[in-house]
Ligand binder design. Sequence first.
Ligand code: PLP
Length: 261
Amino acid sequence: MTLTTPPRVLTVAGSDSGGGAGIQADLKTMLALGVHGMSVIAAVTAQNSLGVQGYWELPTEAVRAQLDSVLGDIGAQAVKTGMLASPALVETVAGVLAGLDVPVVVDPVGVSKHGDPLLAPEAVETVKTRLLPTATVVTPNLWEVAQLTGVKVEDESRMREAAEAILSLGPAWVLIKGGHLPGEPVDLLTNGTEEHRFTAPRHDNRHTHGTGCTLASAIASHLALGEEIPEAVRKAKEYVTGAIAHGFPLGAGIGPVDHAW
Ligand code: PLP
């Protein structure tokens, strides 16, 4: 019997004790897409369907040691970053990513759907100057676009301007997630010369916890499997659309997207 090693994908992010978002969503996505998922935990949240009750950052040495352990032995064909919480953690992770030669998908996590902050306000500048230049693809929602660039997208017409503002911070590609605009959701993917728009039917399902983490992890997984960026994003969108359609109630609040349908 020949034993084959699947592509390896690393998530550097926060833990969600409720299992719906963060590291837990990332690993579920990676399992579903057939890659080997690995996790460097940057912060631990106390979290359930009602929101984030608290979070604790890991010391930078602990994050650095996890990165060294994984990358020094196993290696990764793609990396995804999520909640990095503090300027020191963003700096530490960006420093390691800058020396890697694999695709990096940055989900510039700012606040949870419940409005709980997951990034210290003073870390926004570090995300802009240190993390975004390491990104192969960055996946902001409209709230994060405003936080990073000051551009407020109220309808589709300003999406390109927002994309240009993000690209000026140094990532190779940006995927602007327009899901919060009224009407049919449209996402814009561009590298400044090529442009792709993705639409998906809006599902009447409020159980969408973990959507952003799942999308970014699915993009990283498809890149590790060898897809080009537009196709990796298209397939990742397909995956997350299915996961949202099957999101289920959990606890008294907002339930998670489903990875096992
Ligand atoms: N918790 C963690 C650890 C996260 O990384 C994220 C999002 O990236 C969230 C919670 C928020 O998830 P959502 O906005 O889908 O509820």
